[in-house]
Design a protein around this ligand. Structure first.
Ligand code: C2E
Ligand code: CA
Ligand code: CA
Length: 634
């Protein structure tokens, strides 16, 4: 910017200087023409000017105010005339030559001291050699000295002004630019910091997030590998957080999460890392622990933190958690397997209501026994007599009559006997065999429906689908094809998908459910309540009913938790307000059935009425001969 300013000033000064000199030269030419008019032709040739002629020259140029001195030179440098009446003196030979040779005036700014004595005033003159021509011949030159002081002063004052203006302008510009740049760079810096912070911290609780946990975990594993230590990881999930969120509102839910974060952070050692992984899931990294037992003990201590109630406004809320623990190198050998093992353990803790669960290798999918079983399952799917469907009745709680059945798969294993689905369905899900298994179940079910319809016993049956089944339209195609082939009405078939399947990938699952609903097949949400769906989320989904998980139902029994009735009642009321039918599963005693009836639950299923049995062992009353069994429901 400085260079630009200097260049601007220099160029401006130069232009002004040249302009001023052009004026001076024009004036000098004019003075020359007046002066030479008084000089006889031969004077330049002979190099002498008569005093009378000299007088005439002086008179000719007296009118020019700016003229300070005039000298006339012959081509070879002889002085013909000098207005200062010096008869001697020498020209500036170079300029004289140039002017006479080029036939063009040559100007130069010179400084002279007026008065010989010390302290004489300096003055600036423009000294111009103007060629004198007679006809086309250059005979000499007139040296015209013009007062240039005023012009020089004017030019330099103009240059000063320009310099000031330019400098001022540039300074203002610089200040503006500087401020803009500084503000922008401050903003950039601040947002870079904020981004870096946000990238690693959870915005609600300020705890490290999943990414930062991954960093810390990687470092802890590196160190433990070097020192031979143990790294513990605990995953913690708040039980029924969704219910809290739904009943108290998201603000209160957030408040609870913040309080949980504060309790966790306050209770751990400096080295330990508490992170929020999202939702109501937290992780605790114990980077240097003695043993698996210690990690277990630490997790139990953490769980104790939840014993005092959380205060949300003036509401004292009791909150339970499920914690899964895994350690490296005991149960995992890298970060991702450690996470997975802790997650498996957490799931076990949650589904079995254990509070804290340490990962157990028995649940490892890659154990040899599992691989053998997987091979067996593969084979079983290809034969007709190993996998079979058993049916459990669904009872209308108002009439006490059977209004439908649920098909549950059993495996008559050649050497291991009858296997429950928990032993092979998860295996099928992990190995990709699940689609074949589902197809098998659907075919068996629709064939059975066709048989019952033939006999005049058209009872609706629900088939369980896995999360993997409902992410593509194939399952809908299979169902449509089976119903058409066996001429079975879609109203006789129902599908159950778990709540977790629904929330895992709604954008893919919802269109599949929609297609099934459009085809006339009823859709129910299974195991409702243990996942994190809120009933309000179901409102806009093509879902017809929900099945309250048996953990909640068990809570309603005499030995169950206090306050469970309120939770179930809230669920039922909300579900009904959205037009959903409610089924309670796992009803084992009369008292529970009575409570459910009072809470206006529509249907019940459980050992109280009947376990799942092979089709030929169903009681007559479980196969109503009505034209439409669901008339009993509505
Ligand atoms: P689910 O869909 O929640 O099925 C209910 C489970 O509870 C069944 O276990 C049933 O036998 C059991 N049950 C019924 N009444 C009671 C009771 O009063 N008390 C108790 N404690 N349990 C009761 P099951 O048959 O072992 O099935 C377990 C799970 O396996 C099912 O849970 C379902 O998720 C899955 N499953 C079963 N058949 C299939 C199938 O064909 N395909 C798929 N993908 N999954 C299936
Ligand atoms: Ca089910
Ligand atoms: Ca269920």
């Amino acid at each position: 910017m400085l260079a630009l300013g200097v260049a601007l000033v220099l160029v401006t000064a130069d232009v002004m200087q040249q302009q001023a000199q052009r004026h001076g030269i024009a004036l000098a030419r004019s003075i020359e023409s007046y002066a030479s008019a008084g000089v006889p032709e031969e004077a330049f040739t002979i190099g002498v000017l008569a005093p009378g002629d000299a007088q005439r020259v002086t008179e000719q140029v007296t009118g020019f105010r700016e003229l300070r001195r005039l000298r006339l030179w012959t081509v070879d440098g002889t002085l013909l005339y000098d207005s200062h009446a010096d008869s001697t003196g020498f020209p500036d030979g170079e300029r004289l030559d140039t002017a006479t040779r080029e036939r063009e005036p040559v100007a130069q700014v010179v400084t002279v001291v007026r008065g010989e004595q010390v302290g004489g005033t300096e003055t600036t003159l423009l000294d111009v050699y103007v060629p004198v021509q007679q006809g086309r011949v250059v005979v000499g030159a007139a040296e015209v000295m013009l007062d240039y002081q005023g012009t020089a002063d004017a030019v330099s004052s103009a240059v000063r002004t320009v310099t000031l203006v330019v400098a001022g302008g540039l300074a203002v510009l610089w200040v503006l630019l500087f401020r803009t740049v500084r503000n922008a760079s401050r903003r950039l810096q601040a947002s870079a910091l904020e981004n870096a912070r946000l990238a690693l911290l959870d915005s609600l609780t300020g705890l490290p997030n999943r990414r930062m946990l991954a960093n810390r975990l990687a470092r802890a594993i590196e160190e433990s590998t070097a020192t031979g230590g143990t790294v513990g990881l605990a995953l913690l999930d708040i039980d029924r957080f969704k219910d809290i969120n739904d009943s108290l509102g998201h603000d209160r839910g957030d408040e609870l999460l913040e309080q949980v974060a504060a309790r966790l952070r306050g209770a751990l050692r400096e080295d330990d890392v508490v992170a929020r992984l999202g939702g109501d899931e937290f992780a605790i990294l114990l980077p240097d622990i003695q043993s698996v037992a210690d990690a277990d003990a630490a997790a139990r201590r953490v769980r104790q933190l939840f014993v005092p109630p959380f205060m949300l406004g003036d509401l004292a809320l009791h909150v339970d958690t499920s914690i899964g623990v895994a350690c490296l190198p005991d149960q995992a050998d890298d970060a991702s397997s450690l996470m997975r093992m802790a997650d498996v353990a957490m799931y076990t803790a949650k589904t079995h209501r254990l509070g804290v669960s340490v990962y157990s290798p028995e649940e490892d999918d890659s154990s040899p026994a599992r691989l053998v079983l997987l091979g067996d399952l593969h084979r079983a799917l290809g034969v007709a007599d190993e996998l079979e469907l058993h049916y459990q009745p669904k009872i209308d709680l108002r009439t006490g009559r059977t209004v439908g059945l649920e098909a549950l798969m059993r495996w008559r294993h050649p050497t291991r006997g009858m296997l429950p689905p928990d032993l092979f369905v998860p295996l099928a899900e992990q190995s990709g065999l699940i689609h074949d298994l589902t197809r098998y179940a659907l075919r068996a079910c629709v064939e059975q429906l066709a048989v019952w319809r033939e006999r005049g016993e058209p009872v609706p049956v629900a088939v369980n689908l896995s999360a993997h089944d409902v992410t593509s339209a194939t399952v809908a195609e299979v169902i449509e094809h089976l119903l058409a082939t066996h001429d079975v009405g879609p109203d006789l078939l129902e599908v159950e998908i778990t709540e977790t399947a629904l929330v895992s990938d709604p954008s893919r699952v919802v269109p599949v459910l929609q297609r099934l609903a459009d085809a006339g097949v009823r859709v129910s949400i299974d195991d409702f309540g243990i996942g994190n769906t809120s009933i309000s989320q179901l409102r806009d989904l093509p879902v017809h009913g929900l099945k309250i998980d048996r953990l909640f139902v068990a809570d309603l029994s005499a030995t169950g938790r206090e306050g469970s009735e309120v939770v179930v009642k809230a669920m039922v009321d909300l579900a009904h307000s959205f037009g959903l039918q409610v089924v309670a599963e796992g009803v084992e005693d009369v008292r529970t059935a009575e409570v459910l009836r009072r809470l206006t639950v529509d249907q019940a299923q459980g050992y109280l009425y009947s376990p799942a049995v092979p089709p030929d062992r169903l009681r007559a009353e479980d196969l109503p001969r009505d034209a439409d069994p669901r008339h009993a429901v509505t």
